[in-house]
Design a protein around this ligand. Sequence first.
Ligand code: ADP
Length: 483
Amino acid sequence: MKILLAASEAFPFCKTGGLADVVGTLSQKLGAAGHDVVLCLPKYRAVESAASRGGRSYHLDIPLGASSMPVSLRCVQRRQVSVQFVDCPPLFDRDGLYGVDGRDHPDNDVRYAVFCRAALDGVKARGFKPDVVHLHDWQAALIAPYLKTLYARDPFFSSTATVLTIHNIAYQGVFPARSFLQAGFASADIRKAKTGRGYSFLKAGLAAADWLTTVSPTYARELQTPAGGQGMQEVLRRRRGRLAGILNGIDLDYWDPERDGFLAQRYRQGDLGGKQTCKKRFLADCGLKDSASVPLVAMIARLDRQKGWDVALQALAPRLRRCRFVGVGEGEPSLVKIVAGWARRYRGAARFHCGYDEELAHRLYAAADILLMPSRFEPCGLGQMIAMRYGCVPVVTRTGGLCDTVTETSVLGSRQNGFTAKSGDARDFGRALGRALDSYAGPSWAETVRMGMGSDFSWDRSVRNYLDLFARAAAQRRAPLDS
Ligand code: ADP
């Protein structure tokens, strides 16, 4: 199959969160499975120029309102994937992928509309005729309505199917109607994009894509409820026959305590001596030495209300005599202030590092005994899976993908791999953390760690599910009457 993936971030080129991990790994796995894969990304300032230099380049003029925007397309090969960078310095050569200091770039509508058209015009210029275009989140969602309107009569795309994956429904790309008109849509085309606050790129995609997926089966169900759908529940309920939940995996080569070059000492299931060394070294490095006998609790997440940092701090405060805490994250400045102030107040037992730091994250997953994910909602979550692989036990709220990956049995069951709070309420979450801390000293802890390290979070099953869906979408597109 010829597959075009279009996304606003992908590891290792540019990353703000799990989306990048998913797109980076999935594209390589599809390539490794023998498919012809093009990955289209914006050429942000953060993309090292070495990554996008060389290869072939194409010049495109992307229509925009009454004028057009010149774009160069730079195509480079990375392992099994041809990466197509949309290079347009006025739109992408600036600080911050989506905004700076918690404020969105004011022209994100133009940036991602141009990106979507450049993705399509780009593959056409290269003669790469996709069977399936796999779109990720609102930034790439307009490709689906483009194919149903402006490109509907273009024979080049006549058998191209679209699959739109929702990584997080909270981000909907809502803009005024004029953003759509400037992007080339007719007034009649944008009705389906209307929301209470304006017109949504995501909603336009949800209405137009041939298939929809999201990143866990539980989140696929939650999205159809008023609480989970965040305004999109109606279109998702209407299209539920075309909505699938496919759980993300993690890159087991990259996240591997046995081969991780960032660690003070590598280790594996069955021989956790190296994990103790990682913990001692980490604690010493952050000035918390002599604490190795109590559990080290970690949180590695964006500073966003979704992630429940406030809940974590409330649950932790009365328990800091029994554990140590290290948090790593960046995001909303108001939350940064709160978390940093809290860590200063409890500096005998807690540390907070503000910033995005890949190496620190690896070292902390290896050093920590417990990872907190008190998410208010969590489409899939990668942190809990990475933590388990590193022998760090997750304490999570029972929501979205956390339900599908973390199990706490009330009796000493053999399947327990973590601790779950039934809601994002600080008291519930505190109780779940309390159970984890109680269990730490007991005989069942090693078994919980072992279950986590032995869980299968590989991409293999997910890639098979995506490929089945792509094949079905492409077949339905070729023979629409049979679908
Ligand atoms: P989301 O995509 O909502 O941010 P996920 O749990 O799906 O959440 O993925 C988060 C990913 O980003 C994980 O790989 C996590 O380790 C990483 N991450 C989050 N914040 C940081 C940070 N400040 N430094 C390093 N890695 C981070």
